[in-house]
Write a protein of this length. Sequence first.
Length: 178
Amino acid sequence: MSRIGRRPVPIPSGVTVSRQGQSLSVKGPKGTLVQPVPAGIQVEVAEREVRFTRPDDGTKTRALHGLARAAVSNMIMGVTEGFVRELEIQGVGYRAEVKAKKLVLALGFSHSVEVAIPDGIAVSVHENRIKIEGSDRGGVGQFTSDVRRIRPPEPYKGKGIRHVGERVRRKAGKAAVG
């Protein structure tokens, strides 16, 4: 049996988990998340925990068993604590600001880049750091990835958008011939 899939997911106080057809709904202080349960995985919602079982030991079923458990665990963590990702902007004249529901980035292009902020995600900017928060782990990660993709760090000067703490391997430029 899957080592991850067989562990029950505890439900903290203030969080309710309900099954609606082939999907699970998790409601907590930071919002409500709904996720479909993979086909073939049975879900049992007890008083203070959620358990997952699978009908057979097929490779795909075993993978979905662990996936379903991890997804519900992330949903519970999201509606209680939330998820935070931080990006760092490096480069002379590079800056970011939040206007209405858009993140406006000045990254050395001839124009500023506007990125629409999805529902359920909060973005704040402090100096050269962009803080992205939300209850949906996948949504926060995808938005972070989309913003980073606009100007990834380049290896010669290190300019661009990177995750906080990310190390960029620097390359030597052209050697001067003398």
